[in-house]
Design a protein around this ligand. Structure first.
Ligand SMILES: [Zn+2]
Length: 341
């Protein structure tokens, strides 16, 4: 089928699970009760995605507090007790980040619980997201390695260990989230893609990378205003990705200032085109979604185009997120009618 549909990754957490509309929300329960609440929220979103008619299903990242720290928490060698304030994404915003203080090692499985739960409850393609090495390095403070690339490669090894285990759990697509690629564009092309390939080493399932301009939060909206008329960040990293072993690339399109012709740089790759804006509560019409797909089709072959959201929907309201899932599916269906022949 043409124009299959998927979300970038995260979905809002229900109010009984965690604080709503926050990027680093506090959990509402503890211990066994929290585990149950995470499981319930995961099942709820699997059902919602299936009801909307999406083709690729995710866990909505309901079991992790934040897309980077949810992974990092499971590594040894990191001091989570003494977080420090650090400017992240080239000082776009300050975050309280943990410190790497010793050699990195995984304590055990990271996402077995929610991946296995999701696998048991959907027969559709299952996508699972992990943070990319470069983005992790940009979200922790280094007090041990003294070298960014060395630390990224150490994280890439850990990610690889978990990714191989997720594949064994039955995950069909493993996606690495690399918003940092749009911030440190030269470094992304230089070593970011290599670190990504290290994280994906040995995987036989599909692999993907998501590169965006961030969640629809105020700091990101302000940053985007400084980027000018044309956002050409992708131009530097797409050729390196086209030459990599990564199968799919997720990018922002609708309401962004990304020149659509940059998609042509991803020759040979499946392209997850962002047709849903995550920085606005306005619900896209099926016509708008189909129009965006039509624009992308000038640069992406029909059989390589996947309709996706620009980024995660985590900080939005549940109601808006539900409506956007629906718009995504309806818009892709309309595009199939328009461009399918
Ligand atoms: Zn994103």
């Amino acid at each position: 089928m043409l124009f299959t549909t998927a979300i970038a990754g995260s979905l809002p957490k229900p109010a009984w699970l965690a604080e709503t509309q926050k990027l680093w929300p506090q959990w509402k329960a503890q211990g066994k009760e929290l585990e149950q609440a995470k499981a319930d929220a995961t099942l709820l979103w699997i059902k919602a995605q299936e009801d909307a008619g999406l083709d690729v299903i995710g866990d909505g990242e309901q079991a992790r507090q934040h897309f980077v720290h949810g992974f990092v928490e499971h590594a040894e060698g990191i001091d989570f007790e003494n977080k420090v304030k650090m400017g992240i994404r080239n000082n776009r915003y300050d975050a309280m980040v943990p410190q790497v203080v010793a050699p990195l090692k995984l304590k055990g499985r990271v996402h077995a619980f929610e991946a296995q739960l999701a696998r048991a409850h959907t027969k559709k393609l299952l996508k699972f997201t992990l943070p990319g090495p470069m983005t992790i390095v940009d979200t922790v403070a280094d007090r041990f390695y003294g070298d960014k690339v060395k630390m990224a490669m150490a994280f890439a090894e850990l990610l690889n260990q978990e990714a191989l285990a997720l594949q064994a759990d039955g995950v069909d697509i493993i996606q690495f989230d690399e918003p940092a690629f749009n911030v440190y564009v030269a470094e992304a092309a230089d070593w970011g893609v290599k670190a990504l390939e290290r994280a994906a080493q040995g995987l036989t399932c599909k692999t993907a990378v998501h590169i965006c301009y961030g969640y629809g939060i105020e700091a990101n909206v302000k940053w985007k205003e400084t980027l000018g008329e044309e956002w050409r960040q992708y131009e530097q990293v797409f050729p390196a990705l086209a030459n990599s072993r990564i199968d799919q690339v997720s990018l922002e399109c609708f309401h962004s200032h990304v020149p659509p012709e940059l998609m042509a740089l991803l020759k040979g790759k499946e392209v997850m085109v962002g047709v849903i804006d995550v920085a606005s509560d306005a619900i896209e019409t099926p016509e708008q979604v189909a129009d965006t797909i039509g624009t992308a089709l000038q640069y992406v072959p029909k059989d390589k185009l996947i309709a996706c959201t620009n980024c995660g929907l985590a900080p939005m309201s549940r109601e808006v997120a539900m409506a956007k899932l629906d718009a995504l599916a309806k818009g892709a269906a309309l595009a199939r009618q328009r461009y399918g022949a």
